[in-house]
Write a protein that binds this ligand. Structure first.
Ligand code: ADP
Ligand code: MG
Length: 470
């Protein structure tokens, strides 16, 4: 399957070639023709599967195929200037976008805008702008005055502009809700309903979500019209290109020592360390910087400018370790991220899937490591039940936990993680994981006198080998 065979406009194909995309991903293969045909879409597909292009390419195709604006037609900004030149009081004209993409976070909105700029690089007269909380109003007014065809926005700030009459959705043709489940989790439901209510009923609606059940499903039904449902994989997505494992820790100092050790892994390019609180993100980033890692924190208490600068440094490779909270890291797409660490486990199993999806982007391989207190065994089990995948327990020689895990009371399923399996410093389930990768047990703990560092890495090289075999 090629992008040409999906019927996309030549200027888009050219941009995709520039971007190094050779063939559509599965979600793109299904969504693009349906969207070009004008259908509403409900899509669930795993993170990193290329959903942005799945909704943006057909939209751009539609705009590329429209007749050009009449000669001499002025943008609101030009009209204002012309009025000023005539000495008239400029008449205020709200922006009239053709497409609106709603995203839960500012970072995701910026990423969608950047991707859009890339996909429409060879199209003339098409503007995509982000409307975000945290951005200065004058700057946003200026962006809106250029009457962009495409708005990418977080719901809260968009509502502000709608309320003050800066945006008129009467010409809207396409509405996209990206990561709809997360927007609802974040309490945006009323804002979304209000925004949808301000758009024409004739619009095309595309909704993307990790799950289409429950509240999201109900909203999806209300706002779409005879939608085509595309489910590439359920919420229990198998991140098969991501090697997952759990390390048990006795206490905070043990956790910190293991993290420092793992961050020195030579196979690591860049890493995201997830913490439960903003404060921990700051503290750990500070501590890692002192320890000599190029680390930076990213969380919701930071100003937008600081968040953008941090993400830019991450993209440029100046930051190697990003210490982040869930909301701030949602949707981060940086190919250099080889490792994700759960310094704290996420509250919800869904977040685990989103977190580990920060690595292994666009078909690359990744490593996801959770540092878990012995009492958190049930939490790991819940994640395993959600992902329908056992997460092997690993032990690094020289960093063995002293205690054994507190056995969970629930019924244990065979093949899953078993509390207590790592007793005595050996690594039985971990060895199971090792077998998955290299075809034979690669237990660091069972290696005679390998030396902690070397022993630990031999397991990783097993993992690397089998990636190549896939
Ligand atoms: P999702 O929204 O599903 O998490 P994204 O749209 O952010 O995924 O895409 C993930 C990464 O994959 C991005 O870096 C994007 O540039 C890349 N990508 C998307 N589609 C393709 C493709 N067809 N070929 C190669 N890379 C792609
Ligand atoms: Mg996405």
């Amino acid at each position: 399957m090629t992008f040409e065979s999906l019927g996309l406009h030549a200027s888009i194909i050219k941009a995709l070639t520039d971007a190094g995309y050779t063939q559509p991903t599965s979600v793109q293969e299904q969504a693009i023709p349906a969207a070009i045909a004008g259908k509403d879409l409900l899509v669930s597909s795993q993170t990193g599967s290329g959903k942005t292009a799945a909704f943006m390419l057909p939209a751009l195709h539609k705009f590329a195929s429209l007749p050009p604006a009449p000669v001499g037609a002025k943008t609101p900004n030009q009209e204002t200037q012309a009025a000023r030149a005539r000495g008239d009081r400029p008449r205020f004209r709200p922006a009239q976008p053709k497409m609106l993409v709603l995203t839960p976070t500012r970072e995701l909105a910026l990423q969608v805008t950047t991707a859009t700029d890339k996909y429409c690089a060879h199209m003339r007269r098409l503007k995509a702008v982000s409307i975000l909380g945290g951005m200065p109003y004058p700057k946003q007014m200026q962006l809106l005055s250029r009457n962009p065809e495409i708005l990418v926005a977080t719901p809260g700030r968009l509502i502000d502009h709608m309320d003050s009459g800066k945006i008129d959705f009467s010409q809207l043709e396409i509405l996209v809700l990206d990561e709809a489940d997360r927007m609802l989790d974040m309490g945006f439901i009323d804002d979304i309903e209000k925004i949808v209510g301000a758009t024409p009923a004739t619009r095309q609606t595309m909704l993307f979500s990790a799950t289409l059940d429950g509240v999201v499903g109900n909203m999806a039904k209300r706002i779409t019209n005879n939608p085509q449902v595309i489910q590439i994989a359920g919420s229990a997505t198998k991140h098969e290109n991501i090697s997952q494992r759990v390390h048990f820790v006795d206490d905070l100092s043990h956790k910190n020592r293991i993290l420092d050790h793992l961050l020195r892994d030579v196979t690591m390019d860049q890493a995201v360390v997830f913490t439960a609180t903003k404060r921990d993100a700051d503290t750990i980033a500070d501590r890692l910087n002192i320890a000599g890692f190029a680390a930076a924190a990213l969380h919701g208490d930071m100003h937008q400018g600081a968040r953008n600068r941090t993400l830019d440094s991450l993209r440029r490779g100046q930051v190697r370790v990003l210490v982040a909270t869930d909301v701030a890291a949602r949707g981060i797409d940086v190919p250099g991220i080889t490792h994700v660490f759960n310094y704290d486990l996420p509250k919800f199993p869904e977040d685990y899937v989103h977190r580990i999806g920060r690595t292994g982007r666009a078909g690359r391989n990744g490593v996801a490591i959770s540092l878990v207190n012995h009492a958190e065994g049930m939490h790991v089990k819940r994640i395993e039940r959600f992902t329908k995948q056992p997460i092997p327990v690993d032990v690094i020689e020289g960093f063995e936990p002293k205690k054994s895990a507190v056995p969970a009371r629930s019924n244990r399923k065979p093949g899953g993680w078993r509390p207590g399996d790592n007793r005595g410093g050996a690594r039985p389930t971990g060895a199971g994981g090792g077998r998955n990768f290299s075809g034979k047990p690669a237990g660091a703990g069972s290696r005679p006198d390998g030396g902690g560092y070397k022993g630990a890495r031999s397991g990783d090289s097993g993992a690397r080998r089998s990636y190549g075999d896939r």
